[in-house]
Design a protein around this ligand. Structure first.
Ligand SMILES: Nc1nc2c(ncn2[C@@H]2O[C@H](COP(=O)(O)OP(=O)(O)OP(=O)(O)O)[C@@H](O)[C@H]2O)c(=O)[nH]1
Ligand SMILES: [Mg+2]
Length: 331
């Protein structure tokens, strides 16, 4: 695995598809920064077209799937071409200490690139967090979102390894800009976890937090990642599977009944004092939100299918007495 030069941890973000590229670009300002308590952030951009890639993004950080130009929201369109490139992408852009695959779940490209990269990262035993943004504005987006989450569940089963997913959905309350800002902020919090500068927190602790099937009784599955900063644990999180906590040395890090797995790190004293007020930060792997999202999406997709089946087709207007020309014109 590629290590940052000064032994600082490295967070690799694989920003996939249009929405992933948009959010990745928000993180460009952190590239190369060596802030105490934060990992180095390295974003790479992977897409089937250039349409979301800004001119400012350096070519060395871009991977375009060859010989295609977008997937037009059809997930089946380029899945073979993408699968053929997945290993190559990881060879070109080596995994870091912690790796994020970032995409929307509703289009035709990122929603295929990110799960296939996740699968390769699991095969390489590289610590992985998936971030996906769902949309249900159109029936196609809702179906894509559902199938993308099902793909993550299926890949987790095939690889016999958990996938930890941070999921947000575009909605009326929080528009795309709000969602993008929230996700880019969350990724900066992950850089604190991956800094390798937190006392008592080893790379192996983070690996086992994400590979929760090793230290706990929970089997490999798609699980949710919730981020709790100085607040009570909501009931909706369901079973708390494994927790990684960042805190100052004097903070109480316990969150209710004993957990099966919790790893803790003390942030360095050189970290910006403003950050101290946000401690403790809990990164909670749990099963409540993903279960809820699956239930909601399944119901929505069923409703869509029933609507399709019940829809009356427009009556045929061309009848045998109409005689169009060979080119289709009625003259
Ligand atoms: N929150 C958020 N949602 C986005 C953004 N861009 C697109 N979306 C939503 O995600 C859906 C898929 O868009 P993209 O991520 O651009 O799709 P893609 O992965 O590039 O796939 P194709 O363009 O179909 O090949 C859109 O229909 C929007 O609903 C973004 O920047 N932020
Ligand atoms: Mg696109």
């Amino acid at each position: 695995m590629e290590k940052a030069t000064n032994n600082k941890g490295k967070l690799r973000v694989y920003a996939c598809g249009g929405g992933g590229v948009n959010i990745g670009y928000l993180l460009e300002k952190y590239r190369g920064l060596k802030e105490p308590g934060f990992a180095e952030l390295d974003v790479v951009y992977i897409d089937t077209s250039r349409s979301n890639i800004k001119a400012e993004i350096k070519e060395e950080n871009i991977y375009l799937i060859p010989d295609v130009d977008g997937s037009g929201k059809i997930r089946a369109e380029n899945h073979l071409a993408i699968a053929g490139c997945a290993r190559n992408i990881l060879q070109q852009f080596k995994p870091g200490d912690l790796n994020v695959v970032l995409s929307t779940a509703a289009g035709g490209s990122g929603s295929v690139i990110a799960p296939l990269l996740a699968s390769e990262l699991l095969a390489a035993d590289a610590p992985l967090i998936a971030i996906a943004i769902g949309s249900t504005d159109t029936t196609l987006e809702a179906e894509n979102t559902y199938k993308t989450l099902l793909s993550y569940e299926s890949i987790s089963k095939i690889r016999s390894a958990p996938i930890v997913l941070y999921y947000e959905q575009n909605n009326e309350k929080l528009n795309r800009v709000g969602v993008n800002n929230s996700i880019s902020l969350f990724i900066t919090k992950l850089t604190m976890l991956a800094s390798r500068e937190n006392a008592e927190l080893d790379t192996r602790d983070i690996r086992n937090w994400l590979r929760f099937d090793v230290p706990t009784s929970f089997g490999p599955q798609l699980a949710s990642l919730a981020f709790i900063e100085k607040q009570d644990i909501p009931k909706e999180l369901g079973n708390l599977i494994s927790v990684a906590t960042l805190a100052t040395e004097e903070a109480n890090i316990r969150i209710g009944p004993p957990l099966e797995y919790q790893c803790n790190g003390h942030v360095p004293s050189s970290i910006d004092p403003v950050m101290h007020n946000t401690m403790p930060i809990h990164f909670i792997v749990c099963d409540g939100p993903v279960k809820q999202t699956f239930t909601e999406l399944k119901a929505l997709v069923k409703e869509i299918e029933q609507g399709r089946a019940a829809r009356k087709q427009r009556a045929e207007v061309l009848t045998p007495e109409h005689k169009p020309t060979d080119t289709g014109l009625m003259l």
